[in-house]
Design a protein around this ligand. Structure first.
Ligand code: CTP
Ligand code: CA
Length: 225
């Protein structure tokens, strides 16, 4: 298929991208997860490959097909996603964290199916490692891009994450509007960096992915092309 880009704006750039949800086991038949289709991450992986990048897509469970010319590493849990991500450090120039990582996991997954013996129950949860912030604070740090899905105070929370996680760019996404974000086909975002930001209006996720890849290429990889 013809490229959507005029030139290979990420030619030879090695990209690692996380996408989709993670699943955190409660017992052999149950898990904690979230609503993430993986569409945005897969669209970014496809657009980056189209722009000439060498793409490793680290994906939680989704119903999506792997885009052409993309190598996919399938993972289930946040810990697996962290391990697969750190394994690419020193071998990638760009990292995009698009996954909806479960923030907590059961402290211990039960070995056997839990029986409904009581009228109530609780599960002890412990915090998962922060994948994008581990990458952004590594000695072999790639250009690091995160996402922020928020239901309120979008720009304030997103800029806080940009700073706290030591990111180069964060893509802020209002998930209180169900026409965009999580399971939707469209998205509208604000791209935020240290000393600026820009709005990208509502459009299809494939088109948005092309715009985001163009922005990333111009901001961080222009002089090396
Ligand atoms: N992220 C990550 N590892 C985690 C949690 C989040 O890599 N354990 C990444 C996401 O892929 C995203 C960014 O961090 O790129 C922001 O995720 P988000 O859930 O919005 O931020 P949190 O830091 O988890 O904060 P909170 O959920 O409390 O808003
Ligand atoms: Ca979170």
């Amino acid at each position: 298929a013809a490229s959507i880009f005029n030139s290979r704006i990420l030619d030879g750039v090695r990209l690692t991208i996380t996408a989709g949800p993670t699943r955190e086991a409660i017992d052999p038949v149950r898990y904690i997860s979230n609503h993430s289709s993986g569409k945005m991450g897969y669209a970014l992986a496809a657009a980056a490959a189209d722009a000439g990048a060498i793409v490793t897509l680290i994906s939680g469970p989704t119903n999506l097909n792997c885009p052409e010319r993309v190598s996919r590493v399938d993972v289930i849990s946040a810990q697996d996603m962290l391990d697969a991500s750190t394994a690419t450090l020193g071998k990638c120039e760009l990292f995009i964290a698009c996954a909806a990582v479960a923030d907590y996991r059961p402290a211990k997954a039960a070995d056997q199916k839990i029986k409904k013996d009581n009228d109530s129950m609780h599960i002890d949860l412990v915090r998962n490692p922060d994948i994008v912030s581990t990458v952004a604070n590594h000695s072999e740090r790639p250009v690091t891009v995160g996402f922020a899905a928020e239901t309120q105070d979008l720009l304030r929370y997103a800029r806080g994450k940009l700073e706290r996680k030591n990111l180069d760019l964060i893509i802020a996404n209002d998930v209180s509007n169900s026409a965009i974000g999580f399971n939707a086909n469209d998205n509208a975002v604000t791209a935020i960096w240290k000393d600026g930001q820009c709005d990208i209006p509502q459009m299809g996720k494939n088109q948005l992915a092309a715009q985001l890849i163009t922005l990333i290429a111009q901001k961080f990889f222009a002089e090396t092309r």
